[in-house]
Each structure stands twice: as C-alpha cells, then as structure tokens.
Design a protein around this ligand. Sequence first.
Ligand code: ADP
Length: 458
Amino acid sequence: MTDAHIFLLTTDDEIGEKFSREILNPAGFRISRISDVLNLEVALQGDSPDLIIWDGRESSEDLPQLLGNFNVHHPNIPVILLWGEPSFEMARSALRGGCMDYIYPPFVETDVINIINNCLQRSRHLDQSQIILSRMNEGVLVISTEGRLIFCNQAARQFFELGTANLLGKPFKDVIQNPDFLELLEPYNQTENTHGEINLADGRVLNSQVSHIPEIGCVVTAQEITHLKELDRIKTDFVNAVSHDLRSPLTAILGYVELLERVGEVNPQQKEFIQRVRISVQSITALINDLLDLGRIEAGFDSHKEVTPLGAMVRYSLEGLSNTISARSQTLELNIPSDTPSVLGNPVRLRQMCFNLISNAIKYAPIGGTIRIQVNSSEDHVIMQVTDNGPGISPQDQPHIFDRFYRASNQPADASGTGLGLAIVKSIVEDHQGRVWVESSIGHGSTFTVVLPVVDRS
Ligand code: ADP
C-alpha cells in the first residue's frame, strides 16, 4: 500500500526530514508534516490520513490520555508511537493510548517500513470489520469504561434518531435519552451481561443485549422485534378469546355431569366413567382458568394495588391447602414474623402467587415430607421462601420452569398440572416489581424465593 497517506506529527525538524526524505518518500508514501496536536485536529478536518506517526518524546501533557482521546474520536486511524529509546514508559504510553505499534532509534529504513505496512494491513482488516458492523441491520453501540460512545452503527443511529453528527467521545447519557436503554445500562460499569426490551418513541420494539468487555467497556446490540411482538399479541388475543369461549360450555358439561347421578340410578361402571369425565373436565377448566389469568395479568387488568400484608396472603392460601397437607401426612413449618412490613399489591394475585408456590411444594414433596415457609424482611424488601424436600429440579430444567407449559422431567407419577403455575407466579411477581428464582438440586428439594419491594409510605 505504498500510496498511503501518512501524517507525521513531530516538532523535531531533524526527525521530520529524516523520515520524509530518507524513509517514507523513497518508499512511495505521501507525507504531511504536522507540528502539534492542535494543528492535527485542523488537518484532520480537511484530510483523513491512512496512518499517523506520533512523536511522543516532547509531549507536555499526559501522553496516554492524549492518545486515548484521539483514539476515541478517530478510531479508524492507526497510530504508531515514535519514542527516543525502548523503555517501560514508552510501552505503557503506547498500550494505554491504543497505539498499534511503536518505533525508536536507530530508525532502520526496512524496519520502519515493515512496521508501517503491518499496521496499514491490520487497519484495513479492522476497516472491513467496521464496514460490516456499520451496515448490519442490528444496532451496535460500543461504550467505553468511562461511559463515552466509542462506536455507533447506522442502524443504532436510526433506532435512536441520532442523525449524522459526530457523537463519538460524548457521554452516552447525553446522546441517548431513551428510558429503557438507560435502564438497561444502569448501574453503569456492572460486570454482568444483561438483556431486555427497548420501546422506541415511534412504537417499534428492540430486543437488546449488553455485553461487558473488560478494559473496553460494553457492547450494546439491538434487534428489531416489532413484528414478533405483534405476532405474540395476536396469539395471546387468540388464546384469550378461545379460552373465554370454552369456559361456558365446560361449566355446562360439568353441571350436567354432576346431575347425572341425581336423576336416576347408575351402575358402578357408569359411575366410574362419570368420575373420569368429571376429572377431565376439571383439569381442562383449570388449564383455561390459568390461561385466562395469565392473559389478564399480562394485559395489566389487575392494576389495582393496595397495602397488603404478605403473611396474611400466605395464611389465606394455606386455608385452602391444609386438608391436602394432612392427607399427605406432611409437616408444615411456618415462620412469619409479626412485624413483617406490607407490600403494595393486588391481594387476589398475591394470594394466587403464594397458593401456586405452596401447592407446588405440597405436590412435589413426598408423602410425610416437610414444607417450610419463611418470610423475612429488610428495610426495602419482603422476602418469602417456600422450601420442600421433594425431588428437586435439575440444573438443565431450572432456567425453563417459569416458562408457559414447561413441565420438568422430575414429575412424580401422581403430579397433575398444567405447567402454567410458575408462569403465573413470575408474571404476578414482575407486575409487582419483584423477583422470583429457584435454588434446587436433584434429591435435595427446592427453595423458591420471592422478593417484593415494601410499600413506600413516603
Ligand atoms: P405444574 O402445573 O406442572 O406444577 P408449574 O408451572 O407450577 O407447573 O411448574 C413447572 C414445573 O416446575 C413442574 O412441572 C415441575 O417439573 C417443576 N416444579 C415446580 N415446583 C416444583 C417443586 N417445588 N419441586 C420440584 N419441581 C417443581
């Protein structure tokens, strides 16, 4: 790449002459001499070089910072640091400043040309990656550890309406004000990768991932999923409509099944068949009720919230379950301190959440097993834990058990269910700004933990 254009940034005339006349010009490079950093910025507005040789020997300011700032604003221009002698300080300045290589005396022509050609080649590969990143359909943003924008591709500019201005080097919070985006990156400098949905002002929805890269910062990728959200909405509407329409005939079937035995004598075999019909209709009705509940919670129909003591919700749920606990000869250990603070919630839904978790614990704990319900609190949160000594849940199943219709491989033969109970729990907890998770190991039982914010009395 001998026609490459090189900016030579140095105040030293001797070096300037040597490099231009003896090394770079004979090798076919085009040279522009720049005397200081201020002039560099001016020169860059008129022309963009393929490479910069930066004489760092007489830099009065903090060189790594100077180079680092340059790198943030001009990530596509490779820099070679020129230094007086090989030293630790030189290596440090070069590395911290993001230089691609360094040179020091004696400046042997072939060595210098090799270093320049290597850098130009590497930078061309990087350029290709940047073109790919710039043009792809997914939005890509790279933010430095200090929270400044290092890279932003066309799709991201379009999603966040950033226009064409040069935004590199600016704090990301000044550039993008979308609340979902800001929440996803909060707190900044966390090391865990996260993901979430971003709602754009024009109604589009993005699925976004934040990946943290040590010493660089974080990469945010965003993919438009508006069409998938719409399909999901249509599917949910359909399921809700069907569930609703099925409920009335099922109620009628159940009513007539109940009447059958009253209107005339039935033989033992007919009695058994009636019982089977009853059980089947009851389980379809349970499934439909669960589906309708899930639809209602997700649609936000239960937005009414009041100050609710979680302990009371646990006790109400137990009222409907104590017979089953005795029938299964199980032991219940209940610990709800009387000073547990209340939460702001929908009592019906919170009771349903407790019921689902406790009834699972009863269902999966063995006959004669133990169920422990513990409620704790901190200044800001109420924490409920439901523990059983059942079969436990495998690590492979754990990430999925809160999905709709997911039933893990640990089912005891007699455990009936719809696979919707925990999906309902998760929706309810999230609707109350809380979190739910499971800790479990095969053969050692399971603990489900729900954390809800305490009611804000301010
Ligand atoms: P189901 O109606 O099948 O119980 P859930 O949504 O309540 O549906 O639970 C999903 C799956 O998670 C269950 O099928 C079961 O495999 C597993 N699971 C839930 N709670 C427990 C528990 N306490 N112990 C063991 N496995 C459980």
